[in-house]
Design a protein around this ligand. Structure first.
Ligand code: ADP
Ligand code: NI
Length: 195
């Protein structure tokens, strides 16, 4: 596996910290850092995955999220990548990977590149397990929703993610996080039943 260009990764880390400075909750810079870390873990086991493309796609995957920024055509990601001298060909590959991550944008279609598949798994893992529970309630709170409504999101979305993983490593980590979600719900229903 090729090694990462640490300098540009460091700059991308600084860039996203600044970009998400004002965002608390589900989409802060820490989410991006976790997705980046998951990406490295998964990519290790995917020989066809270009590590540099996947790492930068992970770090920039929410940089043009429409819920947060009013940009078109990956403008934030492109501005960063151009300023750091990446070739047009690599910029396209990174943007293609970023754009294939979102479920709703792609109507459930699997990403067609190895980098897209890796980053999609990495992003979905962050909606599962203990961190997934924390993010779901943070999201519900932010939107003024009662907890009972957030629990529905577990069934609508979070418990389905395990079976949507693209990679072996993703499936392995998802298995553990899925069990935790089930265990959490069991306890939650037990503790809240009859009230
Ligand atoms: P991303 O863009 O990172 O893939 P989303 O914007 O879909 O993720 O969601 C961000 C976080 O908020 C996730 O952890 C997700 O589970 C949570 N979330 C999204 N929609 C809801 C909802 N209706 N209720 C509770 N949590 C939600
Ligand atoms: Ni994300």
């Amino acid at each position: 596996m090729e090694s990462l260009n640490e300098e540009i990764i460091g700059k991308a880390l600084d860039y996203v910290r600044e970009l998400f400075r004002t965002n608390a909750g589900g989409h802060d810079a820490d989410h991006t850092l976790r997705v980046y870390r998951n990406t490295l873990l998964i990519a290790k086991e995917e020989p066809d995955c270009d590590l540099q493309v996947a790492a930068l796609a992970a770090l920039l995957h929410d940089a043009d999220d429409h819920k947060l920024f009013h940009t078109e055509n990956n403008a934030n990601a492109r501005a960063f990548l151009e300023a750091n001298g990446l070739s047009p060909e690599r910029i396209e590959r990174i943007c293609e990977a970023i754009n294939s991550v979102s479920f709703s944008r792609n109507k459930g279609k699997r990403p067609c590149t190895p980098e897209g598949r890796v980053v999609q798994d990495a992003d979905r893992l962050d909606a599962m397990g203990a961190i997934g529970v924390a993010r779901a309630f943070a999201y519900g709170g932010e939107h003024g929703r009662p907890m009972s409504e957030t629990v529905l999101h577990f069934h609508d979305k979070l418990l389905r993610l395990r079976d949507l993983m693209n990679t072996e490593a993703g499936r392995r980590i998802a298995e553990r996080r899925h069990s935790f979600l089930e265990r959490f719900l069991e306890e939650y229903y037990e503790e809240t039943s009859g009230v």
